[in-house]
Write a protein that binds this ligand. Structure first.
Ligand SMILES: Nc1nc2c(ncn2[C@@H]2O[C@H](COP(=O)(O)OP(=O)(O)OP(=O)(O)O)[C@@H](O)[C@H]2O)c(=O)[nH]1
Ligand SMILES: [Mg+2]
Length: 470
């Protein structure tokens, strides 16, 4: 009888005190979201009752208050499951390969059983469960969110400014020539619209191939099931002045090129972008923002500025509690925000402070610490899947720090000093000197039962979860 009552009581308590946390993993394409989520899940699944030395900074693992972690069925039945198993399988191959670039949305749910340490519940020696929901999606789609705030004319004028960049102007020639020839007052021909949109999409894909990040609309380069849909057949009218816009608004009929393009842009914004926002971004509790600052440094000055522009569109205006884009775009519930510089295993440990400082400059004008109203914010650098080792090298009687790993371009094991990371946004001088070279590395083969090697993922777990596991 006593057991029965005890169980009833336990059930009521558990139901009442379980917690759910939805974590937004935000980042432009190739910033490391999928690697981050894979490692995040892996580190949690690897927590055990004997040795958690690989998660020294994560208190709940260190003091063994976590009794078990499981992947469980997600709540949304219409979204594919995050393919954690496939990513782990990739890492277990010999040689190991990086998880694939993401082509659609997926979701995962974890249940963390833990012993309560604080509050009333600790007296009952009762366990709690923390449910974690995490989404993955192609980074390209993120840059569509700012479109929610822009009408067709505002967006076109913004794209017009971007065209001043040499690389863009050059590869835009084909579609801009066709655009100029199009009489926007004439009755729209579907085939011609489809053709110009195709050329425009080819231009965006070319920008992406050149390492540029500011690509809008993001769905055009990764359409998923919308491939070929008229909703993706429009383009910015970058050749019009504001006066011409006003004229066309009065003269052009609904079935004209101008009318049809306006309608399609609006549809895209209202249904596709807003749907993505509503379904995935409006209900998060905590957010991490990932930025790969090293790869664009390797590409070109243009690639670096382009990424900066993309990040500023999303986060640049987010400071001092103003009602700004990020506040509006992401859940008003967010209470913790972490800016993370990814792939920190590309550099020696002594360069980490520089990398963090560079990221701050990239995501916020001037790199100042933003104090977001009611949101705890932290800045850090990590490697979700550490591909290199830190070593010390002796040369000509001197010792210096270096990294060792299998370089992607020639699959050779190398020991090198990748150079110093600029702590501030690089100036002209920096680009002329080009004194750094950050190589890509191949992941190390993961052994069965071993956790993924990482750098400071435990600090991330601590920041995001500690207060929910007390
Ligand atoms: N050395 C190292 N490389 C990493 C790490 N994380 C990601 N990378 C590299 O960055 C690439 C992109 O990482 P992903 O996790 O696929 O990036 P993503 O943000 O999911 O990209 P999309 O799905 O295309 O938006 C990987 O293929 C690796 O080459 C890391 O921790 N260390
Ligand atoms: Mg991905």
């Amino acid at each position: 009888m006593f057991n029965y009552i005890q169980k009833e009581l336990d059930d009521i308590i558990n139901r009442g005190f379980d917690r759910t946390l939805r974590i937004a993993v935000t980042g432009l394409s190739r910033s490391g979201k999928t690697a981050f989520i894979t490692s995040f899940i892996n580190q949690l699944l690897s927590v055990n009752q004997t040795d958690n030395s690989h998660l020294a900074l994560f208190e709940a693992a260190r003091n063994h208050s976590i009794s078990g972690v499981k992947r469980i069925a997600q709540l949304n039945l219409n979204i594919p499951r995050f393919d954690y198993e496939a990513n782990i399988k990739d890492l277990m191959q010999t040689p190991a390969v990086w998880p694939q670039s993401t082509r659609g949305v997926s979701e995962t749910r974890l249940a963390i059983r833990y012993q309560r340490r604080n509050g009333l519940m600790r007296h009952l020696k009762e366990k709690g469960t923390l449910y974690l929901d995490i989404f993955d999606y192609p980074g390209e789609w993120l840059l569509d969110l700012p479109l929610l705030e822009l009408d067709y004319m505002q967006w076109s004028l913004q794209q017009q400014v971007l065209m001043n960049h040499e690389q863009r102007a050059e590869s835009a020639k084909i579609w801009t020539e066709k655009l100029q020839k199009c009489d926007l007052n004439a009755v729209a021909d579907e085939d011609i619209l489809a053709q110009i949109a195709k050329d425009y999409t080819a231009f965006l894909a070319d920008c992406k191939a050149r390492g540029l990040h500011f690509i809008q609309p993001g769905r055009f380069v990764l359409p998923g099931e919308l491939e070929g849909a008229p909703a993706l057949q429009f383009f910015p009218l970058i050749h019009l002045t504001p006066t011409q816009w006003q004229q066309l608004k009065t003269t052009a009929k609904a079935d004209s090129y101008f009318g049809v393009l306006n309608k399609r842009y609006d549809y895209y914004r209202r249904h596709i972008v807003n749907g993505f926002y509503r379904d995935y971004f409006s209900t998060f509790d905590r957010q991490v923002i990932l930025a790969d600052c090293l790869t664009p440094l390797n590409h070109s000055r243009q690639a670096f500025h382009d990424m900066q522009e993309g990040l500023h569109q999303l986060f640049g205006n987010f400071h001092y509690g103003k009602r700004t884009l990020l506040n509006r775009l992401f859940s008003p519930k967010i209470d913790k925000l972490m800016f993370i510089a990814t792939k920190a295993d590309h550099i020696t440990n002594d360069q980490l402070p520089n990398l963090i400082s560079l990221m701050r400059q990239l995501v916020q004008e001037g790199g100042r610490y933003a104090e977001y109203e009611g949101i705890r914010t932290e800045y850090t650098a990590i490697a979700a899947i550490r591909a290199t080792q830190q070593v010390t090298v002796n040369q000509n009687g001197k010792t210096f720090k270096a990294i060792q790993g299998v370089r992607s371009k020639d699959k050779q094991k190398v020991t090198l000093y990748p150079g110093s990371v600029p702590s501030k946004l690089p100036n002209n001088d920096f680009w002329q000197r080009q004194t750094f070279d950050f190589d890509q590395f191949e992941p190390q083969t993961l052994e069965v039962g071993e956790p993924i090697p990482h750098l400071r993922m435990d600090a991330v777990l601590q920041f995001l979860l500690a207060d929910k596991l007390d």
